[in-house]
Design a protein around this ligand. Sequence first.
Ligand SMILES: [Cu+2]
Length: 180
Amino acid sequence: MALGKSQLICLVMITLCGVCFGAVYRVGDSSGWSSRGLVDYNEWASTKDFHVGDTLTFSYNNQFHNVMQVTNEDYESCNPASPIAVYASGSDTITLERPDNFYFLCGAPGHCQAGQRVEILATIPTPDDSFTSPSPTPSSSPAEVKSPSSALSSGPALHFSKLGLGVTMFVLSTLLGFVF
Ligand SMILES: [Cu+2]
């Protein structure tokens, strides 16, 4: 084996980086974040499989709407008075940083009641789950090109997480073989 230990560690880091790239979800897809009843956001969410590291993008006109992360209780009662976090840029990207239930609503009067709220359950990704994730956005592709797994497959990006994990396991076991 021509590779030194440091090179192997490097490989592991690069591979782990690839695994950490999450999917990006635009809330409501083309309708964005709206109170017009165009989207049932919880129905939208139920068709997705959210994982830690994924990001949500809320797109909306910030003259009329905002995004508040709230507690379960405030979500159920549409209470915007004590949010955990408030976003109001009109294009907010929120990363799901831990496995948990996340609750979002629009704080404008009446909007939450009209259905502008969503509950997101983020789980820890498993290799099998990554097959159902949508492709990462183009911006995450360059890192993929540098990854060791790209030599193994020119397939769609959505297979990358699984490949990355597999390669990581392989490299880790090789590393362990060197050490012990
Ligand atoms: Cu609103």
